[in-house]
Ligand binder design. Structure first.
Ligand code: ADP
Ligand code: MG
Length: 393
């Protein structure tokens, strides 16, 4: 399978190219707190503009559930996109305007695709209206590639059926190239570090990774479900007792495959998850009853760093603790630094993990920051993603 890319698009001088981007940025009261998803797609847009194309860009934003939500309009995104491109971006207020109503501009941004229920329903008639806006189609929305939604599924299908091109943009191309390498041919040792809040979100990726990695490091709240299932005392730490059976089966599978799973040996715990709670470092499997584990401890950071230093490939997804609170951020920052310092090929994914890396100022020292949260994990599990399959020959 090979992905069709901008090289396969042909001549687009004067053509109208529909670009499905992932501009789903965090926004509150019309203010964007992080525009990295917008800047990540800019190279694709610049390249197309350089080839003389007129762009019709589209994305979803938030979860409006098929109706218009004022606070989820695309206009602030369009404004920021215009600044990043250094040219005018006209945002229209319909997700599927009549082609005759499209403004005369090099870059038009459609309204939030999810304002129309047809988007999430993969509705062919909604896709048909979008198809009228496109001489050709470029998908750069890796973050939406795991969804069978109209703009990434029915739309390219329709266009291909009518002889129009549907290809991947540069961002999607790079994601598939990098994550594909982790899936098929990683340099070894390959070490995965997983963390975050809920083990249930990531059990299937842990299971799939066990078949590919040489070592697995587990931190974050999800470690407590492993420790508790093994009989440790975890105080009031976040655990998912209905998953004890699953994590024990995972631990058994790891043993069978000879893949060591390293859990925290010490944790930073406090009486409550807030700024005022004085933190204490305690053994991870004998946390006092009244304390909640909120970060991995220094001995664990040290042990994780040693494994990371010996790796040739590192994948990291999920913070090691409640990094949003300074007192519980040392574990996440320590692991981020260890990964940044390693000579390995390093990939980080997950919205919170990325923000931790940026907060620590280490984003330039990773080889790849994956823009897709759920999409990256599904890809790394070896699933076929609908938004990618349609772009392959
Ligand atoms: P990502 O977005 O990188 O995939 P997740 O969304 O899975 O990461 O998890 C991030 C969240 O996990 C953060 O909000 C963090 O505060 C939380 N978390 C990490 N460790 C703990 C812990 N020990 N107790 C409670 N929450 C935790
Ligand atoms: Mg998250």
């Amino acid at each position: 399978m090979t992905l069709r890319t901008l090289e396969d698009l042909g001549d687009v001088d004067g053509a109208r190219v529909f670009v499905r981007a992932d501009l789903n940025v965090p926004m509150r009261d019309g203010i964007l707190s992080d525009d990295s998803r917008i800047s990540a797609t800019v190279p694709t847009l610049q390249e197309l503009l350089g080839r003389g194309a007129h762009l019709v860009c589209a994305s979803h934003l938030g979860r409006p559930h098929g109706r218009v939500r004022e606070e989820m309009r695309m206009a602030p995104v369009g404004e920021r996109l215009g600044q990043l491109l250094g040219r005018e971006v006209v945002t229209v207020n319909s997700p599927s305007p009549d082609p005759d109503d499209l403004p005369e501009a090099d870059v038009v941004l459609l309204e939030n695709l999810r304002f129309d229920p047809g988007e999430e329903a993969d509705d062919p008639s909604f896709a048909g209206r979008l198809a009228e806006l496109a001489d050709a189609y470029v998908d750069d929305a890796f973050g939406a590639a795991h969804r069978r939604h109209a703009s990434v599924s029915a739309l390219p299908e329709l266009l291909l059926a009518s002889g129009r091109a549907a290809v991947a943009g540069r961002l999607l191309e790079r994601e598939v190239q990098v994550l594909g390498r982790l899936l098929a041919d990683p340099d070894r040792p390959y070490v995965a570090i997983l963390g975050g809040a809920k083990v249930s979100d990531k059990l299937s990726v842990i299971d799939a990774l066990l078949e590919r990695v040489d070592a697995l490091l587990i931190g974050g709240a999800m470690a407590f479900t492993f420790i508790a299932a093994g009989g440790g005392k975890v105080g009031t730490s976040l655990v998912e007792p209905d998953r004890y059976g699953d994590v024990l089966a995972t631990a058994e599978k790891a043993e069978r495959l000879g893949v060591p799973i390293t859990l925290p040996t010490d944790v930073v715990a406090a009486a409550a998850m807030d700024v005022s709670a004085p933190p204490r470092t305690v053994a991870a499997d004998s946390i006092p009853d009244e304390l909640i584990g909120l970060d991995i401890g220094p001995a664990t950071v040290h042990a994780f760093a040693e494994v990371i230093a010996g790796a040739k490939t590192v994948l990291w997804n999920g913070p090691m603790g409640v990094f949003e609170i300074g007192a519980f951020a040392a574990g996440t920052n320590g692991v981020a630094t260890a990964v940044a310092d390693s000579d390995a090929f390093t990939v980080v994914g997950g919205g919170d993990s990325l923000s931790a890396v940026k907060h620590a100022g280490l984003e330039d020292r990773f080889d790849h920051l994956s823009t897709g949260g759920g999409a990256s994990l599904e890809f790394l599990e070896g699933h076929t993603l609908p938004g990618i399959a349609i772009l392959e020959d």
